[in-house]
Each structure stands twice: as structure tokens, then as C-alpha cells.
Design a protein around this ligand. Sequence first.
Ligand code: FAS
Ligand code: PHB
Length: 395
Amino acid sequence: MPSPKHVPVVIVGAGPAGLLLGQLLYQAGIDNIILEQRSPDYVLGRIRAGVLEQVSMDLLREAGAGANMDRHGLHHHGIELLFAGQRHRIDLHGLTGGKYVMVYGQTEVTRDLMQVRAEEGLATVYEAAHVQPRDYDGEQPRVRWEKDGELHEVRCDFIAGCDGFHGACRASIAPERIRHYEKVYPFGWLGLMSDTPPVSKELIYVNSERGFALCSQRSLTRSRYYLQVPLSDKVEDWSDEAFWEELRRRLDPEARERLVTGASIEKSIAPLRSFVCEPMRFGRMFLAGDAAHIVPPTGAKGLNLAASDVGYLSRAFIDYFKNKSTHGIDHYSEQCLKRVWKAERFSWWMTSLMHNFPEEGAFHTRVQEAELDYLVHSRAASTSLAENYVGLPMA
Ligand code: FAS
Ligand code: PHB
């Protein structure tokens, strides 16, 4: 199919950020093309997030891609913290005046967005190689890519860099124009997915002497578990049996008893980092989602931050094309970063609270114990966790 010569917005990356932006712009009558380096199956094969905030739920419904989420997603009104052998429930719903989170996997979100885009017949170029954003400091940005040995180029009004942490858009920016803030954690998350019933109705975040663990889920018959592991571990070091044994050691007796094990349908190790680049706008190119920031998954914020960036960016583009106003695009970066940094703080705080840091010594461990004890016995402290976990409102 010949590429268009000009399109209002070129979106680089067909992950949740790119696909959601494409739908929101389409709904407003703004044409766009998405360039994705991988195949649809490859994108769907990456197992990632599992918890949606209200903001993400609202944006998916606004994009016309919320039906499956509303039909199959699980409303969660609380989470549990397990430490010193005791489980303590944080009543998210009660502490936030009725808010909740939706357990619905990123894979399903991405598939739903792919489906509505395909139904609308919108242009998505998969396996687009060597995507190059160009001339975004001028009035007529261009994007080049290769596909099946042919070179393609399209002119546009704006480029949306939704191409994740390792993407081409941020990489194209001259170092002197961009500031990086980064913290790398001294451990990773070994994740396992299994077609077994979840060990508990709600998510259990574990701080045990052997390390962090998380009991999550995708449905009433599919579970997702994580273990804190040293960065030196390789996924091939971990048999399913070894995983289940270690998870049992980190659980309380009741959960250990209830745990249903089974063959892994996915197993992988993800490193943990906090990362923010500033600003998020460079002329007529805008970064959104993991292309601009990364959070450790402990606070379940990564996917949700990508969604709120896209919420701001779609409004900014609509304001420009419909009202010829540059207010939204001129304030995009500042508006996103206010929300991004609050989510970065919460994700860093929850990671620092729930993981083992042996290199920090015994004092750090005692302070963690005191904070956990305070957290579950203070309404003010629990409320602070709850309102950050369900997601702060978009300004
Ligand atoms: P994505 O990385 O999802 O998508 C970017 C897309 O751009 C990809 O499809 C990529 O192939 C494409 N791309 C990259 N370079 C390109 C180029 N040069 N040209 C064209 N396309 C290009 N978040 C949570 O909330 N909870 C979790 O439990 C959680 N677990 C995670 C586990 C892992 C291993 C990782 C890496 C992330 C995890 N996250 C989690 C965060 C994750 O969900 C991201 O926040 C989310 O995918 C962000 O979506 P996007 O910004 O669309 O980036
Ligand atoms: C997940 O289900 O993948 C998940 C849930 C909550 C988190 C991180 C990951 O904080």
C-alpha cells in the first residue's frame, strides 16, 4: 500500500501509548499513521502490566476500546501487604471515597486497541525498520522508514514518540537538549504466568526476609506471580518447581496452603529502574509513555502513566487542529511531568518499602519494619498509599 505523502500526526510505536493516541485522534477526526518495528504477535507476546487506574479505564472507553475491559476486567477494591508473617488489607475503595483499580492485562488492552484500529481501517505499518524522525524543529517534520527493502517517507505536522525506552525518537535528540534522571535498582523481577486460580481474591505485596514477592492475576483462572531476584540471575536458572518453592517460602501459611501451582505459560526477568527525561517536547516531536519515563512496576504505574501522557497529548493536538491553539502543545511537557514525578516518587517509595536491600544494612531493615507497621496502623498513611495506588486525578 503506497504511503501517504502527508499525514497530520505520525506515531512511532504500536504499544499501548501509540495505539491509544491513534484512537483518540481518530475519534476527533485527526488522521494518523503508526509505525511499529515489530510484528503484532511480537508486541502481544510481551507480558507486562496488569492493573489499570480510573484515568486509563476512562481513556480506553473514550477511545472506543473499553468493551472487553468492562466485560472481563476485575474490579479490585483493596490490596494486601504481607510482612512479618501477617497480611494487612489496604481498603482502597473505602479510603478513596469509592475508587478502585481494574485488573486487566496490558496484552488484552493492546489487543483491544489493535482490533478497533483495524476495524476503522487505520494505517499501521508493522515491521517498519530504521524509523527516523527528522526536521521536527521546523514546520514540516518528516519520518523515514524501510519496509520490505523499500525506503518510505511521510511529511507531517507532528511526531509522537511512543516507541518505549529503547526507541528511536528520544535517541534522535541531541544530548545537550535533554536531561536524564535515573536510578537503577540492585535486583530484578522474575515473573511467571500460569493458568491456575489466583492464590487470593486481591493482590498480595510481600516483604519477606527472603525478598519481595507479588501475587497478582489476569482472571479467575490465570495468575501472575513475581519474585525479587538478584540481577545476576538468568530465567533459565529458574525451573517452575524452583519458582513455586521460593514463592511458598515467601508467603504466609494460609496463602501457602491455598497456592495452586502449575506449568508456566510465560517466565521472564525484568530489571527495575526509575527514569525520567526532561523535557518531553522537542519542537514538533512529543515523547509519551516509556519513551519518556520508566517506573519500577511495584506501584503498577507504567502503563497508567503512558495512558495519561496520551490523554494530555491527544487533547493538545485536538486543541491545535480544531481551535488553532498552541496552549496544549506548549504546556504538554510541564503538565505531564507534574504527574510523572508524583508517580515516580510513589513507585520509588513502594519499591524501597517492599524489597530487600541487604547492601543497606540492618538499620534500613528496621526502618522498613517501622514504616510498614506505621502504614497499616495509620489511616492517614494508608490513605496516602491508597490515593496514589488508585491513581491521582489528571489536572
Ligand atoms: P511500549 O514499550 O509498550 O511500546 C513501545 C513500542 O514501540 C513497542 O511495540 C516497540 O516495539 C516499538 N518501538 C521501539 N522502538 C521502535 C522504533 N525504533 N521504531 C518503531 N517502533 C519502535 N507497567 C505496569 O504498570 N505494571 C507492570 O507490571 C509492568 N511490567 C513490566 C515488565 C517489563 C518487562 C517491562 C519492559 C515493562 C513493564 N511495565 C509495567 C511497564 C510497561 O507496561 C510500560 O509502561 C508500557 O508498556 C508503556 O507503554 P508504551 O509507552 O506504549 O511503551
Ligand atoms: C501485574 O499483574 O503484572 C502487576 C500488578 C501489580 C503490580 C505490578 C505488576 O504492581
